[in-house]
Every structure is written in C-alpha cells, then in structure tokens.
Design a protein around this ligand. Structure first.
Ligand code: ZN
Length: 287
C-alpha cells in the first residue's frame, strides 16, 4: 500500500540520511526502482512529473500500475507516489487519482499567491493524510521549459511557507535540474544553513541530484536535507545501456528484438543507478 512521505522523511531527518525520489517514466522504470528498494530494504519515493503523467496515459493509469506492482512484486518497504513540480490543478488531479504525496510548485508565483495556493492544498492533504512538498526560490536548469542558473531561496520566505504546515520544503540553494554546467558555482551551504535555522525541524528537499559531487550530497544531508530527487541520471544510464545493446547488434541476433530483451539492459542500468544513490544517501536498510 502506498504511504505518505511524512514518516519516512521525519525518520530520515532524525537518522541523518536521505530518501531518494526517483522519477518514473514507464513500467520498466517503476519496476526497476521498486525492486531495488525492496532488495536494499530502503524506503523510496516514486516521482511523477506532469509530463511523465501525461506520457503514462494519466495519473489514474500510474496509480493502477504502481498499486498493482506493490502487490504482485510483494513490495513491503515504504513507497510514496509523489507528483513532482505540480501545478495547483495537477495536484488536485493526483489527489483524486490516489497519489500519496504531491508537490505544489508555486515558486513562480509572487510569494503571496504561493502562500494562498499552498495553504489550500495543505488543508486538503492534511485531511486525507497525504504529504505535501512546497518550493521556494526557483531551482535552476530546465524547469517548465525555462532554463536558468540555480538561485538561492530567501530564508524568510522559506519560513513563511514552512509555517503553513507543509511536510517538506524544497529551497533553491544553487542546485540545477539536468546536467550541471562546467562553470557551476556549487551548492550554497550558507543558504542551506540559513534556511535550516529558520525552518527548524522541516525536512528539506534537494532537487537536481544528478551530478552533484558526493561530498556535497553528504554535507547537504548533514545540514538537514532528507529527500533528494534523482531523474536525469537514470535517464542517462538507461540510454547508455540501450545504446550499447543496439550498437553491439544484439537486437539483430536471434530474438534480440523482443522488447523484453531490448529493454532489459536499460532496466538493469536503472537498478544500478538507484542502488548507487541509495547507498550514497544512506537509506539502505532503513525501511
Ligand atoms: Zn525539481
């Protein structure tokens, strides 16, 4: 059964480790992430962007697929199904469809409007026992089709949003979605510490986990980050393994064209990436 992300994140915060959010795109992705979490006895958050939700034929399809897998694969570790960077309307649809967690990204609204919309959604999520993530300070890279450098959130605005009763808070600390540019300045630990000081116990979320050096990840966790989002890295491993399979001509040998064979190396590559991240984040054995 799907669970809210609240308990797993509070435990992670107290235990000084982070739970990975791995974004899913299809059946292979979902299966790879769930099997790895079960094997490593790690809690896990499945992230679904609005675009990926559309691709997978809508949120109801996603809920049906994930719930089916939890049962058929006998998954016993805590699993949250979470909308990533949701609009207000998207969050409402996911709540209706059976997601156990949503992110409302109101970072592009003026702070007053972000507060108003977040307040409404917090109430709905609290009533239903769902977790909710809010964002302050736009996270750089490609977000909603806009490419920017990583900004740093205003700690006072973070406190305003945290006080609304959200479960976890994503604050921009110089992190970027997608691949990091050569001239990236690194994470701003001063901002992270200032945000933490203001928001107290609130579990913090680090977006754009792909390509942040390991020591920075560890330091961020020590400063209160309890959830780290990984998306691009699984896409790159999947693409790389699939490319190797095709380039080696394996799809032309015997029944190598069978999708179950063709997609297998990519699925295994996702598992390896998820394992590597869970080990780095310290969530192995914490289910
Ligand atoms: Zn993000």
């Amino acid at each position: 059964m799907l669970v809210s992300a609240k308990e797993m994140l509070n435990k992670a915060r107290d235990g000084k480790y982070a739970v990975g959010q791995f974004n899913i795109n299809n059946l292979e992705w979902t299966k790879s992430v769930l099997l790895t979490a079960q094997e490593l006895q790690s809690p896990v958050i499945l992230g679904v962007s609005e675009g990926a939700g559309k691709y997978m034929c809508g949120y109801k399809t996603v809920v049906g697929m994930v719930n089916g897998m939890l049962e058929e694969l006998k998954i016993t570790v805590p699993v949250a199904l979470h909308l990533d960077h949701g609009s207000y309307e998207g969050a409402m649809k996911c709540i209706e469809a059976g997601f156990s967690s949503v992110m409302f990204d109101g970072s592009h609204y003026p702070i007053a409007e972000n507060i108003e919309k977040t307040t409404e959604l917090v109430k709905i999520c609290n009533d239903k026992g769902l977790s909710i993530e809010a964002e302050v300070g736009s996270i750089g890279g490609e977000e909603d089709g806009v490419v920017g450098m990583g900004e740093c959130a205003d700690p006072n605005e973070c406190k305003q949003i945290a006080d609304l009763g959200v479960t976890m808070l994503a604050a921009g600390i110089g992190n970027i979605h997608g691949k990091y540019p050569e001239n990236w300045a690194g994470l701003s630990f001063d901002t992270l510490a200032a945000v933490k000081e203001k928001v107290g116990d609130m579990p913090l979320v680090l977006h754009g986990g792909t390509g942040i050096p390991e020591e920075m990840i560890k330091k961020a966790i020590s400063l209160g980050v309890a959830k780290i989002n990984v998306n691009t890295e699984c896409q790159l491993s999947f693409a790389d393994a699939t490319r190797k399979y095709i380039e080696a001509g394996k799809d032309l040998e015997g029944k190598g064209f069978d999708p179950r064979k063709l997609l297998a190396p990519g699925a295994e590559a996702i598992k390896a990436t998820v394992k590597e991240k869970m080990e780095l984040f310290g969530s192995v054995g914490k289910a």
